[in-house]
Write a protein that binds this ligand. Structure first.
Ligand code: NAD
Length: 262
């Protein structure tokens, strides 16, 4: 299937590793003009090199998108884009009593405000050109907030609200805004997370993963980690012109962890 992405300018945040890198690589393979984004020149260059090793090209921008200055740096380098994938997000487990005011603010700034700022910068241009795609990477934690990740769940539920609200502003245009909810996905950041909830953090990763699904995610129908490429496939579809009838949606790629029909 041709995703018709050739020449479309696509910015993917938090794309030096994990799900973001998989999305950037997939969009590049589909012919998009991809911009990788991360906080250091070294990791951005490494991500661009990894995409080049897959036979594709991408360019990079170095910016800390948890700040307004970072968003301004990206806008200066890339004044107009067609596809914005707000993937940047951090996560950890923490007891509610131990989540400080500073934690709440940090989670809001990195996971929510980073995407708001970029959408505010780029949505008007998309509406003006009458084509564009914004995809927010939320989480199954948006619907089933883990009791030891309430600060994280709060940010991901917020993304569903923002995504739907922005989609309302696209009425009658060829711009769409959607959210994707991954479930537990193999990525750079997930290993520390899995160890933090394991009964034996030093056990082989395979054992830790098995225990995680048995104890922490028994509702998963997959009962295995999702690969980052499996999330990238859905995002590439949503970024494509062929997904034109899907707007304002919150789509699951969580392996069935959420046991509700809608
Ligand atoms: P990851 O932890 O592997 O990190 C990916 C990128 O984020 C890297 O480029 C890293 O440099 C950057 N990053 C990390 N901390 C940062 C910070 N403080 N400021 C700026 N950049 C930072 O991420 P992932 O597991 O691939 O997750 C990507 C997105 O998918 C996140 O929004 C996450 O919430 C969401 N998600 C992940 C999973 C999962 O199981 N991996 C599940 C559901 C949703």
């Amino acid at each position: 299937m041709d995703l018709e992405l050739k020449g479309k300018r696509a910015l993917v945040t938090g794309s030096t590793a994990g799900i973001g890198l998989a999305i950037a690589r997939r969009l590049a393979i589909e012919g998009a003009d991809v911009i990788v984004c991360g906080r250091s020149r070294k990791t951005v260059d490494a991500a661009v090199a990894e995409i080049a090793a897959a036979g594709e090209s991408a360019r990079g921008v170095v910016a800390d998108l948890s700040t307004a200055e970072g968003a301004a740096v990206v806008l200066k380098q890339e004044p107009a884009i067609d596809i914005l994938v707000n993937n940047l997000g951090i996560y950890e487990t923490k007891d509610f009593e131990k989540i400080t005011d500073e934690d709440w603010r940090r989670y809001f700034e990195i996971n929510v405000l980073s995407g708001i700022r970029l959408a505010r910068q780029y949505l008007p241009g998309m509406l003006e050109r009458n084509w564009g795609r914004i995809v927010f990477i939320a989480s199954d934690a948006a619907l089933m907030v883990p009791p030891d990740m309430i600060h994280y769940g709060m940010t991901k539920t917020a993304l569903l609200a923002i995504s739907r609200g922005l989609a309302e502003r696209t009425r009658g245009t060829r711009v769409t805004v959607n959210a994707v909810m991954p479930g537990p996905t193999r990525s750079a950041g997930i290993v520390d997370f899995l160890k933090s909830v394991a009964s034996d953090p030093d056990a082989p990763l395979e054992e830790i993963e098995k225990e995680f699904f048995r104890k922490e995610r028994p509702t998963s129908l997959l009962q295995r980690m999702i690969e980052a490429d499996e999330i990238a496939n859905l995002v590439a579809y949503l970024a494509s012109p062929i997904s034109s009838a899907t707007n304002g949606a919150a789509l699951r790629a969580e392996g069935g962890t959420t046991p509700t029909i809608v």
